[in-house]
Design a protein around this ligand. Structure first.
Ligand code: NAD
Length: 612
């Protein structure tokens, strides 16, 4: 009988790597290259294969043992007629190199088999990522995971990677962490929108016999308060980074090659950082229309609008999308006369017309004008203000030129893919500046990942955060993938609009069969008690399975209601499930259950004549 000692081969210099699985038992016949055990380092999962055909005689390790190159793991009896390989450590070289394990089913598809059948997830390309690379002598900082950009995507990726045991460097060009969202986007706009809501509600209370008088707005104090909210959050992030020992480097970064990035600080200092893995989270910036007078401070983007330098008498908002309408809402409440000009045939294109209508109806009463199918062909700086010349789309007659005290340009955002030297790292960036990724957030360069706005629409913080966690976990060797069934959107206007899953516009464009049911908030006690009755909750459902396909809401607090519909979609809930889930009364959350009851024909809060 000739025995073969199988030892751990060269596993890339790792020591004390835990055994996580024994794949054979004594007496098993194994073929050459068949896996015997699985090891898992913090970088990779590896299998050690049999060097030749044989029968397992002895297993010398158990799950949990920590082993290194040369450790004896299995003794094989060589098959008759086969020469036994030598049994010394050097024989390890005759053992095939460890093989990266095929990615198992992504962890987050296992929740529900209803879900799995309706959602064919693309399998991750591989669960194992090799970092590697050789640091240049002039690299003054070395890191396992480099994160470029400290917005919600970037800081979430950095914190998750650090929590998984990685040495992380987070690079941010601005002095504070938090990116556009915390500093000049979502959070400050919500602070101002809250003030706007209180002002408008106070005004409207007069209809109910409560007269609060005309509010006096101290712009400087309002601004201080908004800045204090930002300060609390950004300070909190700095603390969280410290607690996790994430190195934060401030400066503008550009890739030098696929393992180095140069960071140029405001102080003129520059530093070369070597990284094993990188996560690009460099975000987006406002789109500009060529030929506009950008050096005139009366022309602002969302950042400028949030600075609230003063309250203009007449504000022109170019772009009737989310940013334009949220800022219009703020300035209207603060006393500006607002005009919105939108290129498309409706406000917030992409949202179903019945859902946008209540918003349109309310703001057209409050605002000076809303021009649809119209664009600003020319914007000129004059001493009196910015003069806008309009042009109608589809042969629509355009309004006469007009002069405004301030103009907000909010016609979309474009990704920063072309500003970071990504091409020097070999990362593909498309013409618009997007970096395409697989469902593990990996770019075409396997150890470089991209998340958030730069990795594709929709450009929303909550998408970035979820993608961030996937990227960090994949780098740590987890078999996960980003495969949310939907990413909800919210416009924090008054009334709010929120939607998730399929819209009717998409269903019609793609020829997807659906049924719909809408519950009007005029029948919601809670909505009426708030003095508002324009809201609608609409569900779209699969006619065959009755499962939810999409939901849209318009009304106060719609943004808080959409999350339940997201959960319903992720869990494969049908109309019965939603309608029979007991919702607290009286709440606006009931409206989703009532829409489901409308679909089921079980509603009692309204009379719906039976279909003949
Ligand atoms: P958007 O794409 O939502 O809206 C831009 C609007 O401008 C569109 O309605 C478009 O038709 C219109 N438009 C384009 N060119 C025009 C022109 N020449 N003249 C007139 N109108 C024109 O973009 P946004 O509002 O700038 O927001 C940018 C991104 O930021 C979006 O991806 C948005 O989802 C995100 N964002 C989200 C929130 C939120 O979640 N609440 C808030 C702010 C921004």
């Amino acid at each position: 009988m000739s025995l073969v000692d199988v030892k751990v081969p060269d596993i890339g210099g790792f020591d004390d790597v835990p055994v996580i699985e024994i794949l054979v038992k004594v007496g098993d016949s194994v073929k050459a290259e068949e896996s015997l055990i699985t090891l898992e380092s913090d970088k990779a999962t590896m299998e050690v294969p049999a060097p030749q055909n044989g029968v397992v005689k002895e297993i010398l390790v158990k799950v949990g043992d920590k082993i290194s190159e040369g450790t004896l793991i299995v003794r094989l009896e060589a098959e008759k007629g086969e020469a036994a390989a030598t049994s010394s450590t050097s024989s390890a070289s005759s053992v095939a190199s460890p093989q990266p394990q095929q990615a198992p089913t992504p962890a987050n598809t296992s929740a529900d088999n209803k879900l799995a059948t309706s959602h064919a997830a693309k399998a991750p390309s591989a669960a194992v990522v090799s970092g590697g690379g050789v640091p240049r002598a002039d690299a003054t900082r070395r890191t396992e995971v480099l994160v470029l950009g400290a917005g919600p995507g970037g800081y979430s990726a950095a914190f998750r990677a650090a929590d998984l045991g990685k040495k992380v460097t987070l690079i941010e060009r601005y002095k504070t962490l938090g990116g556009v969202c915390l500093n000049v986007g979502c959070i400050p706009s919500k602070a101002l929108l809250h003030a706007a809501k209180v002002i408008t509600e106070a005004e409207e209370m007069a209809h109910f016999g409560v007269k609060l008088g005309k509010p006096e707005v101290e712009v400087a104090s309002l601004l201080n308060w908004k800045n204090s909210v930002i300060g609390k959050l950004t300070k909190g992030l700095t603390g969280l980074a410290k607690q996790r020992k994430v190195d934060v480097v401030h400066g503008k970064a550009e890739f030098v090659d696929d393992h180095h990035i140069r960071v140029n600080g405001d102080d003129g200092q520059s530093e070369l950082v070597f990284f094993e893995h990188a996560i690009i989270a460099a975000g987006s910036q406002s789109t500009k229309i060529p030929g506009f007078p950008y050096d005139d401070e009366r022309l602002v983007d969302s950042t400028g609008a949030l600075e609230l330098r003063s309250i203009p008498k007449r504000l022109l908002v170019i772009g009737g999308g989310i940013i334009g309408l949220e800022m219009a809402c703020v300035y209207d409440a603060l006393g500006s006369k607002v005009t919105v000009v939108e290129l498309g045939p409706q406000l917030i294109p992409g949202v179903d017309a019945d859902i946008v209508k209540p918003l349109h109806k309310r703001i057209e009463k409050r605002y000076e004008a809303i021009y649809l199918n119209t664009k600003v062909a020319k914007l000129e700086a004059t001493p009196q203000g910015l003069k806008a010349t309009f042009e109608g789309a589809n042969e629509k007659v355009a309004p006469q030129p007009d002069v405004y005290d301030r103009v907000l340009l909010a016609v979309g955002r474009r990704p920063n893919g072309k500003l970071i030297g990504a091409e020097k790292a070999g990362v593909n960036v498309d013409d618009r500046g997007f970096i395409s990724v697989d469902n593990q957030q990996r770019t075409n360069i396997p150890h470089i990942f991209a998340i958030g706005d730069i990795a594709g629409d929709p450009m929303l913080a909550h998408k970035a955060v979820h993608e961030a966690k996937v990227a960090a976990e994949v780098i740590a060797g987890h078999a996960v993938a980003f495969e949310a069934k939907t990413i909800p959107s919210v416009a924090y206007t008054d009334p709010e609009i929120a939607w998730m899953g399929l819209t009717e516009i998409q269903a019609k464009a793609k020829g997807i069969a659906y049924e719909k049911a809408s519950f009007p908030w005029a029948a919601s006690g809670r909505s009426l008690a708030m003095g508002r009755e324009e809201g609608i909750t609409k569900v779209l459902l699969d006619p065959a399975t009755r499962r939810i396909l999409g939901a849209s809401f318009v009304g106060p607090n719609a943004g808080e209601l959409v999350a339940e519909a997201v959960l319903a979609l992720e869990m494969g809930a049908d109309m019965h499930d939603i309608g029979l889930s007991v919702h607290p009364h009286p709440t606006l959350s009931e409206t989703l259950a009532m829409a489901a009851e409308m679909a089921e024909g079980t509603i009692t809060d309204l009379f719906v004549p039976k279909k003949k």
